[in-house]
Structure formats: C-alpha cells, structure tokens
Write a protein that binds this ligand. Structure first.
Ligand code: FES
Length: 569
C-alpha cells in the first residue's frame, strides 16, 4: 500500500502516534481504520445560517458511506460557511477569509483526499480556491438546486424577487401577495433554482472536471443527489490512489472549457471574478479578455432564467450538463480529464437530450448572444463587464447623460425622489461599491430604476458601477469597473451630467470628457473609502486585488502545497 500523508500522523509509533490516534478513538473508531488506508476529509459548509446548505449534514452521511465502501476512512470537518442572504455587509467580503480557513484546515490535518461540500454562492469558490492552494486529490459535491417555486399557478425563482420588488414599488402587487410569494419560492432544500451564481458555480465545477457528471443539476431534494454524493465518496478514495491532484485536472484547457460552457448556459457574471481567483491559486494564466474571446462565438443553448425561461430542475430532466457538453463538443477540449478519470468527451458522448425547449443545439440556439462582453475605454481602464444575454438590445449602443450616486447610501436617499432629474436615456452610475471601497464588492450593480420612471413603465436603463450583480438579476448593467472609484481613476471623477457612450459591439465604455478636465478633477479628488483600522477587514482592504484580477488577496495567489515540515509533539 502506498504511504499517504495521513501516515505522518496515524502511522507513527511511540508517544506521537499514541496522541494522534488515542483522541480520535474517543469517537469509537477501531484500530484497523488507522492501518494506512486513505483518509478522506469531508469539508462541510453546513450551517443553519446558510439555508442553501442546511441539508449538508445528511448529505455528508452519503459521502461517508461511499468513502467507507471504497476502503477509505472518512472524517468530516466544518469550515466557515457563507450564506448569501444573511451575511452583512456582503458574503463576498469573506470569500477570501473562508478560502484561508479551507486551505489551512486541509494542510494542517491528516487527510489524503478532500470532498468539498459546496452550495450557496460563495461556498463554492472559497472552497475550491482554498483546496487549490494545497493541491491534493479533491472532488466537489454540490448541494443541488431547490425545486422550482410555485406561486399563484406559476413557476417562480430568485429572479422574480427583482420583478416583485418593482411591482410593489409601482403598486402592481400588494404587500400580502409578496408575503405569499415569499413562502412559495424556497419550498425545498437546496440553493437558488435559477442560473444564478450558485448554479453557475455548480456548472463551473462540473465543466472544470472537478465533480462527477450531473453534479450541477440534480435537485437537492432528488434521491439521486444522495447517490451522487455516495459515488463521489467512493471515487475520491480511488483518486487518492491514482494521485489525481487538482493541478492535473485544472489545466488551462479545463478553464477554457468552463468559460465556453458558462457562456452557453447563460451563467452569472460572478463566474468571471471567481474563476480568475481560482486560476490565480492553481497557477493558470487567465485574463479578463479570455472570457470575451473564448465566449465570442458561443451561442446560448440553455433556456434558463434569468436569461431564459426554465429552472435548474428542468435542466436535469432534459439531460443535465453532460447534454450541454455534448452539444458543445465541437467547441470544447474533449480530451480534458475529469474527476471520474474519464474525459469530458467520454462523459458526454452517450447522453440524450429529452427536451429541446430547454437544451437547444448549437445550430439552432436560443440566442446568438451569450457569455460576457469585456468593455474598455477611459471609464474602465482595466476593464468592465456586461452580460449581453441579460441586457436590452437597443441599449447596447447608447449615449446618455450620467446620473451619479457617490455611494449606495446616496443612491438609496435619492432614487425615489419625485424631482430627480432623470429620464429613460439617462445612465445611472454608482460609485464606491468596489472591492476596497465598499468594502467587499456587493451585488448592487443592478440598482433599481428611479420610481418616477417605473411609474411611466420603464423597465430597463443603463446602469454602471464598480460593484457586482446577483447572478439572478438582469438588465443592461455594466459591472466590475476597474479600477474602482476608491482608487481615484477616471471612474472616481465622473459627474452628473457627463456624457457616457456604451458600445457593446465595439466593446467600449467612454466618458466623453476631455483629458485636461479629467486631470483637473483628479487633482481635487478626495477618497470616500472608510478604511478599517483592525481585524480582517483591515487586512482585506490593504491586500484585495481589483476585480479584473479576481479580487483575491494579493498574498493568497498561488499555493503552498500540502507538506507540513514542523511537528510540535
Ligand atoms: Fe444561496 Fe441563492 S441564496 S444560492
């Protein structure tokens, strides 16, 4: 039997081995479990404060069963869990902190392989980032999407929150109805049922090859989710024996596959920021422009909200992600190895599509527009992002006057002012919601439309910010402007009344103000960022990178491997 890293603990003789094993035995573990078999860490983000992951203790039991069945020794441990809906000021602020917890927990403990239990938005990238910096065999088990919400005879999901909110503001929906909708939407275990960030992340791990096929779409409430968890538990034991470490799966080609697949399914813009951070950890050279170049000719073939009509549950019944990959086979690197030891092409070759209204073919797609467009110009010198499939066609080329909000509080104070000087051609600009400025880059980029325009029936207008947008949101929304306002670039000095030109086909975002005037404004510019003096936020504000680099902490890029050379016993 090969000697695994866990034997540096459990295989020791004398006092050290006694200490390492004796306390573990208080859990009722017999001696033969320490005989050198692969020890599999189950990295669990269960928390009642992360409702999307609240079923993970039960799911972990299925993983353990699989590990034991394959001759491994399962050990479950908790890591910081980021619940998107409850954490203030924004879960994104803590993604990097959670990744540090994951990285250090793996390296410090006697584990030979890892199962990452991911679900709600940030619980996927934080776990994958942390695991990449250790680079031992790793497989992902996602918690699965919720069943589709049912309200007043129709299907609803997270994207409807934005519609309900505007309907209540414009008087089209009663408060009591809103309460009913609230009870109807999240009616089962699992994460958001639309192609929001959690589903996008689940698709990302499957398309990178980090999970078994079908991990992305099996509903959380479907018994087959437990089957997948058990099979993943068995598979990670084999991966340890094969030494199939993360870096063998996460090649540049695997990242390209993820970008192409994300475009085809209409995934969230948050995908960009998380994939860039993951690439930075594993040492793959990936840039913002890769997302535009690689998704340029990829059509939208999954008809899922918010870009389309259906929900994740429907995607599974139509054949799941392997069918999407089969349709994309001419565009993908089919030879990439995946967690089950088979290639992307082998995993998808024999799959069947059961509903062409949900998964279309590349030849007859739902839309020619997919993926993201990367914008550049004097208003976004290091880049900005727009999701064309979620935008209004006629606004993709547009010049308008800026209405600037200096921060989110300024926006909230003014947006429903009946005297606000704004019309449907205006461009809303929200500053100081970037990584350092807010801090934590919250999902406020799809800011609501001014009340007086809503009343006139306006449903979309151009909105620009240095923040992010929920993967469940939609609209002509320019995000991730880099450098952010807090750093004092051109975006920091844009003023109400300035003319801005957005040209998505030309990939430009231009502030029509002369260089001399911009220079003058910068000389008088004063930062609004409130720097924290202590704690994690202090560390974050001093080290967070800009959005176009993935917003990781600068000193966390790369990895430190799995070796621990010092021993205190
Ligand atoms: Fe957890 Fe949407 S709130 S996935």
């Amino acid at each position: 039997m090969a000697k695994y890293r866990s034997q540096n603990w459990f295989g020791k003789k004398g006092k050290d081995g006694f200490i390492y094993r004796a306390w573990m035995k208080n859990q009722g573990i017999p001696s033969h479990e320490f005989d050198g078999r692969p020890v599999i860490g189950i990295c669990n983000t269960w928390s009642e404060l992360t409702p999307c992951n609240a079923h993970f203790r039960e799911l972990a039991e299925s993983i353990k069963r699989g590990v034991s069945e394959a001759g491994g020794f399962p050990v479950e441990f908790p890591v910081m869990s980021l619940g998107e809906t409850l954490i203030k000021p924004t879960a994104m602020l803590y993604r990097n902190l959670a990744s540090m917890d994951v990285e250090e927990s793996i390296r410090a403990n006697p584990v030979d392989g890892i199962v990452l239990m991911c679900g709600c938005d940030k619980t996927t990238p934080s776990l994958v980032m942390g695991a990449c910096s250790v680079n031992i065999p790793t497989i992902v088990v996602s918690g699965g999407p919720m069943l589709t919400g049912k309200f007043q005879g129709r299907d609803i999901g997270t994207s409807d929150i934005w519609r309900f909110s505007e309907a209540v503001r414009s008087g089209m929906m009663l408060q009591d109805e809103l309460l009913l909708a609230e009870a109807s939407m999240c009616r089962s275990r699992g994460h958001c049922a639309v192609m929001g960030t959690a589903s996008t992340m689940a698709v990302m791990v499957e398309s990178l090859g980090l999970s078994l096929p079908h991990n992305a779409a099996i509903p959380a409430a479907d018994a087959r989710r437990k089957v997948l968890a058990q099979l993943s538990g068995s598979r990670i034991v084999e991966m340890v024996k094969e030494d199939l470490v993360l870096s063998k799966i996460l090649t540049r080609k695997a990242f390209e596959n993820a970008i192409i697949t994300n475009a085809a399914i209409g995934g969230s813009t948050n995908f960009i920021i998380h994939l860039l951070a993951i690439a930075g950890r594993i040492g793959v050279d990936l840039t913002l422009d890769d997302f535009d170049t690689l998704s340029n000719n990829v059509p939208l073939i999954a008809n899922l909200q918010p870009s389309g009509k259906y929900f994740m549950e429907d995607l599974y019944y139509a054949g799941g992600l392997p069918v999407v990959q089969k349709e994309l086979s001419k565009l993908l690197h089919n030879g990439c190895i995946t967690a089950n030891g088979r290639t992307v092409g082998e995993n998808s070759a024999n799959e069947t599509c059961y509903n062409r209204d949900i998964i279309a073919s590349v030849e007859k797609p739902f839309s020619k527009h997919s993926g993201v467009a990367i914008l550049r110009g004097n208003l976004a010198e290091s880049g900005a992002v727009i999701k064309p499939s979620a935008a209004t066609e006629k606004l993709m080329t547009h010049t308008g006057k800026a209405l600037v909000f200096d921060d989110i509080e300024d926006y909230k104070a003014k947006i429903d002012d009946p005297n606000l000087d704004v019309d449907e051609n205006s461009i809303l600009v929200l500053k100081n919601v970037g990584p350092k400025g807010y801090p934590g880059m919250p999902e406020v980029g799809n800011m609501g439309i001014p009340g007086r325009l809503l009343a006139k029936g306006v449903t979309d207008m151009i909105r620009i910010s240095d923040g992010r947008m929920s993967g469940t949101a939609f609209g002509t929304v320019v995000l991730h402007v880099s450098p952010e306002a807090a750093l004092g670039g051109n975006f920091a000095v844009v003023q109400t009344g300035d003319e801005i030109t957005l040209n998505v086909p030309a990939r430009t975002l231009i502030l029509n103000v002369g260089d001399e005037e911009l220079k003058k404004r910068k000389q008088n510019w004063e930062p609004r960022v409130r720097l924290q003096e202590r704690g994690y936020v202090h560390l974050y504000q001093n080290h967070v990178q800009q959005a176009h680099l993935g917003a990781d902490l600068d000193f966390l890029r790369g990895g430190s491997g799995s070796e621990v050379t010092r021993d205190s016993h």
